[in-house]
Design a protein around this ligand. Structure first.
Ligand code: FES
Ligand SMILES: [Fe+2]
Length: 379
């Protein structure tokens, strides 16, 4: 993020602190409850997911030729590899003989080819079928024509983006509104650490929405992270279809007396990007966390996070430092997801036909409006 932009955002925060206000829109609004509950709605959303660029990992997870990564969160088994020539490839992780899962592990390095555990069909990292045991049984000679099914993958900002089906925006057009903000954080130079997965009983949209406002901090995080923050102060800006949310920490007040040229927003605020539709990318003072939210059902969701660190910890002290950081974040996220599960069962009760959004809960309004617009246009 450019210095001028950081200064502008810090100034806005300081002005809200001076006047005892927060960033709000003109109107209070309402969101209908049905979209959190309906299986048909979820199916439409899942079809949309398949057409949008989805984050499946970080390039550092495929640092060397032969490195591979599997990904299953979208319900489609994927295998990503770094080829001998350094390219990242992505395939359906499915053998072309009778459909066995080709690679079982989450991640690894393999100098040799991928051998199907069932009958030994063998593929290289470009997806080519290299060997078929007893190929005499296949007069069609699959080793001459068959390969793993390729899925488009690109690397942007060091992140790996997969698009399962054509018909949606290309990744550059899609990311253009957030690129100026994200470009300066050097995400491509960081290294991925420790993917962590949780499964919770809530609609995936709730798992996104609970991070888009600062109204809940004082209550939901009273015993954990709230003491670092202000009560209900935040900036929530639309970079459609994405959202940037700035939740300032108390230390931001120190900046008022310091030269603007040295203002570093990430040191004094949680800088959160919701990358449409299902990513929460949180820029912290010395690292970044990337969470992806994937629906498993209308009221079941996978919440997966990996951390991007300047380098992998090499000493016990460094490991302890990052583990502590991770524990704090996961602790806060668990508090959020517990509220989300509570919301989900409350919505199912029929008590509310709609939920009410305060003028400072505009992030939820933006998210729902963009989602509805994408669903309408992808029908
Ligand atoms: S299913 Fe893979 S070799 Fe038979
Ligand atoms: Fe929270």
């Amino acid at each position: 993020m450019e210095q001028a932009k950081q200064v502008e955002l810090v100034r806005r925060v300081l002005e809200h602190l001076r006047t005892g206000t927060t960033h709000m829109v003109e109107e209070e609004s309402r969101l209908p409850v049905a979209p959190y509950l309906q299986p048909e709605r979820l199916e439409a959303e899942q079809r949309l997911f398949r057409k949008l660029p989805m984050i499946v990992g970080h390039a550092s997870q495929l640092a060397e030729p032969g490195d591979y990564l599997t990904h299953d969160s979208m319900g489609t088994p994927l295998l990503l590899c770094r080829t001998a020539s350094g390219e990242v490839t992505c395939f359906l992780n499915v053998c072309r003989h009778r459909g066995t899962r080709l690679v079982a592990e989450a991640q690894g390095r393999r100098k040799q080819a991928f051998v199907c555990p069932y009958h030994g069909w063998t593929y290289d990292s470009t997806g080519r079928l290299r060997a078929v045991p007893d190929e005499v049984g296949f007069p069609s000679r699959p080793s001459e024509s068959v390969g793993l099914v390729r899925v488009p993958v690109v690397e942007r900002l060091g992140l790996l983006w997969v698009t399962l089906e054509p018909g949606g925006p290309d990744v550059d057009t899609f990311l253009a509104p957030v690129m100026p903000d994200l470009a300066g954080f050097g995400l491509e130079k960081l290294v991925a650490y420790k993917p962590h997965t949780m499964e919770r009983k809530l609609n995936w949209k709730i798992a996104i929405e609970i991070f888009l406002e600062a109204y809940h901090l004082r209550y939901a995080h009273r015993e954990s992270i709230y003491p670092l923050f202000f009560n209900n102060v935040g900036l929530v800006d639309r970079l459609a279809p994405h959202i940037r949310a700035i939740f300032p920490k108390k230390t931001i007040q120190e900046l008022g007396g310091q030269p603007e040229a040295g203002w570093e927003l990430r040191k004094h605020a949680n800088v959160l990007f919701q990358l449409f539709p299902n990513v929460l990318l949180l820029v912290q003072p010395d690292h970044v966390s990337v969470s992806t939210v994937h629906p498993l059902g209308a009221d079941r969701t996978e919440y997966r996070t990996f951390w991007l660190l300047p380098q992998l910890p090499e000493t016990e002290k460094a490991t302890r430092y990052w583990e502590k950081n991770i524990e704090i974040l996961i602790g806060a996220v668990q508090e959020d997801l517990a509220m989300g599960e509570s919301i989900q069962s409350g919505l199912r009760s029929g008590a509310n036909e709609f939920v009410r959004l305060a003028r400072f809960e505009q992030g939820l309004r933006y998210f729902r409006d963009d989602l509805d617009a994408y669903l309408a246009s992808s029908r």
